[in-house]
Design a protein around this ligand. Sequence first.
Ligand code: BTN
Length: 311
Amino acid sequence: MSGQELCEHLGVSRTAVWKNIRQLQEEGYEIQAVKNKGYRLLAAPDVVLQEEVHSQLHTEWIGHRICYREEVDSTNTLAKQLAEEGAGAGTLVLAEKQSMGKGRRGRSWVNPPGTNIAMTLLLRPDIPPEKASMLTLVMGLAVARGCNQLLGVEAKIKWPNDVILSGKKICGILTEMSAQVDYINYLVIGTGINVNLEEIPEEIRDKATSLYLETGVRVSRGKLIAAVLEAFEPCYEQFLRTQDLSGMLAEYNRLLVNCGRPVTVLDPGGAYEGVSRGINSQGELLVVREDQTETAVYAGEVSVRGIYGYV
Ligand code: BTN
């Protein structure tokens, strides 16, 4: 596009166009400038800058406000701070690097800069607090759907909060909330996706992978974030209407890797085995034990493993 066209389109001076092109080049955009011809965008860096996400995002309201940081301790912690300061529902926190990324059950979540997605979505749902854990499932569904639609892969869900590809984890979700007994002040859904990671630390190599390692293709993180949020928004709105997962049950159970498989339920009261029949509309995993009794397992209480390993 010629410099003149850019000036007219944006209503700014030629110097302003030139300064902004320089700024973009410094941020890693490859822009060719040819005298008397104009500028040509040759390549955009894979960054999770808010502009890069905004330009791909077609949601009604989710992610319209993005808070991007080069480095934070944890995007969940920052999202909670913003919530305390009054940030609105739909605010998305993105970081290139987390120094103290949090996993479930007090574990840490390592996120090498420049390769993965670390994002947290702030919501203020008007639902009873005991229904909040279902939102982890909604995000799991959105991540699986987003990956499958964008990349043509077959990502699956490992109930309640992992997304897997080829039997290994590519995504973990950590939902936290501030609530009174009958009222949620706010809730944050933190999602970590292994996107372009080239090497998985040895100690977790048997159970974790990345989209790049499975497909051999580098994935634009901005596009993937947009695909996940676009999948999440209609599911979330449906969830708010029915206050359960009835509207997405069929898709969820189709994507559920545990479905129809033997599982070990690690219940604090004692582990037991059974065959999983999928989830019900409350998000509980239905497990049929050897004596044919069926237990509805609530996500908050337990972990589930395949009897042969992680899945
Ligand atoms: C797990 O599988 O244990 C959950 C991992 C959740 C990691 C994400 S990365 C973005 C957000 N910020 C955090 O500190 N944790 C979550």
